[in-house]
Design a protein around this ligand. Sequence first.
Ligand code: PEP
Ligand code: MN
Length: 337
Amino acid sequence: MMIVMRGGVSDQQVQEVVEKLHSIGAEAHVSRGEFKTIIGAIGDREKISEIPFAALEGVEAVIPVMKPYKLVSREFHPEGTVVDVGGVELGGETFVVIAGPCAVESEEQVLAAAKAAKKAGAHLLRGGAFKPRSSPYSFQGMGEQGLELLTLASRETGLPVVTEVVDVRHVELVNAHADMLQIGARNMQNFLLLREVGLQHKPVMLKRGLSSTIEELLMAAEYIIRGGNSNVVLCERGIRTFETATRNTLDLSAVPLVKEASHLPIVVDPSHATGMREPIPALTRGALAVGADGVMIEIHPDPKAALCDGPQSLEFEEFERLMDELRAVASPLGRRL
Ligand code: PEP
Ligand code: MN
């Protein structure tokens, strides 16, 4: 249930609604927008509906929410959320480009990639220190040492860092090094991990699961926000389909659908969606055109020698060209880089 308060409502009137909800053991999530204040009521539906909220002063409307997600819904929060990642705003006018290697492999490699990302105009640096690999025999990442190298690369370039956390036991450690915590596709429904990052204040990038519906993605985000952390950015990274020409199938239709259903920013990851470098520039322009808030792209100083995801990693020159092309199409679409 959503309780929509009139414009110019007083704190006391909001508090009255909140207290009524608490008195029946329900949660109240207050969202103050520029024009409206909306209170999301979560708890026993029947008990909530018995309270005559419409009769309270300051209440404009009482709206039942039919969707299974509430806090992530645009009904609850009509204005788009802007997530601040170390001073970079995701969800605003800027089309945010996140670039970096799949995995941190060495000081030399991550510094080279960070400098190339910065030079080309990327806003955030990515790089995995803990890698969720399909095979236990594949490179699993440098762990804590990798996180330290990311911090070094961030200091050298000024780029804030996005890196994945795969285990609830690592949340504190990764939190100490990252500006944004990434939850990977394979962990999208690791509910304990979602709860744990929900207790942090750090922004979270939640990637869509390999076989997850848009609704499941939004429900996973609901776990994080319900824990108290509303700094969530979603990521469309391709889903499993019958098509084998690409590693996954990039579902660009998820972008406008998510934008309609939710106030959360969404970025597109064409690298993991396709598993190949060739279509990445075109899909990046596509992501911009369908209204995504940014992209995440893998780059590597020597893709042939990469320990992880070499075939989809762009060489630095390719990335620079992509950024030049992107700049040319951004402004007619009302976006900037
Ligand atoms: C990644 O971005 O490093 C990654 C492993 O991607 P995904 O979780 O989407 O497979
Ligand atoms: Mn990768």
